[in-house]
Design a protein around this ligand. Sequence first.
Ligand SMILES: Cc1ncc(COP(=O)(O)O)c(C=O)c1O
Length: 375
Amino acid sequence: MTTPPPAEIGMALEDVDTPALLLDLDAFERNLDRMAKAIEGKPVKLRPHSKSHKCAVIGLAQMARGAVGLCCQKVGEAEAMVAGGVPNVLVSNQIVGRPKLLRLAALSKQAEWVGVCADHPDNVTQLDEAAGAMGTTLNVLVEIDTGAARCGVEPGQPAVDLAKQIDSATNLDFAGLQAYQGRAQHVRSYAERQAAADAGVALTRETVEGLKSAGLECEIIGGAGTGTFQFETAGGVHNELQAGSYVFMDADYGKNLNEDGGFFDDFENSLFVFVTVMSAPTEDRALVDAGLKALAMDSGPPAVADMPEVEFGRASDEHGILDISRTNRKVGLGDKLKLIPGHCDPTVNLYDWYVGYRGNRVEALWPIAARGMLR
Ligand SMILES: Cc1ncc(COP(=O)(O)O)c(C=O)c1O
């Protein structure tokens, strides 16, 4: 069941009910423009990850600025994006089990282009069978492990062997390589982050060359996230970038460092959890109406926007506890505050609506259609 929106179009921001997921539309659009500008004229395209936003309206805004399509992590996410009008989706993940495989194959008949990743010969066989059963052809990328130690076959010959199997399957087209170095994204030091990304690029290059020698061309060589996209762009091997968080930023990405030692500020915070102070029992403590059920805490607590001196300490299910001992500002009952999520993706997955605002006025209510799409 979808919850009703916490706001109405035209409403003043302070009247929005809480907790609510706010999107500062000016900041969001600047982030979209900055990414488009960063890769302008470069031999890479953007295929942003929809697991960050789970919203076809945002996906279409990315495509309007040049993205070739979207990445999705789950079949349900891909279904929601296609239903919302996104024509081109790559499931940048492994899909296992007949019900999901059949849904994926069926989806490929509704969209212009559907792709998926594989890292095991048995999965390739299953993908081929599902595509055959649904009377379609699936585009399959070989995922290689470029240092993240997550999914993926070893770069080099194992990847070439799997690509050959895909290429010779009746109902599959070999579409290229998935080469995402997830572990590099949040490495704080610029030099160390670059080194981890560059090592991934080198393994990807070696694999692309091996594929070429075997007569296999990669239409897509995809990877990169918000933390490393500039390195894969400079690496000259990847032709699709999969950054997702750049549209919102979050407190965790804000801790990465730039080349000059300053905090990573290529993009700005556009996503906030709007909360109300529901109790202020002592001089140094205020409680807000958002706890573990309204905020993902896996990457640390949220930051309080415009009040770095206020610390979000503990959270219980429905309480967030603020330390207000170091602020001169009065934080009292009924005050509304904006929190910058610690980790944007799992925070978004807790809400049904983006409340888009410009200045002080609500301008958009966008459904988070793929929220909870775990299958
Ligand atoms: C396969 C893949 N590509 C891209 C990304 C994008 O990451 P980010 O949101 O850090 O930009 C992720 C995130 O985990 C991912 O799993």
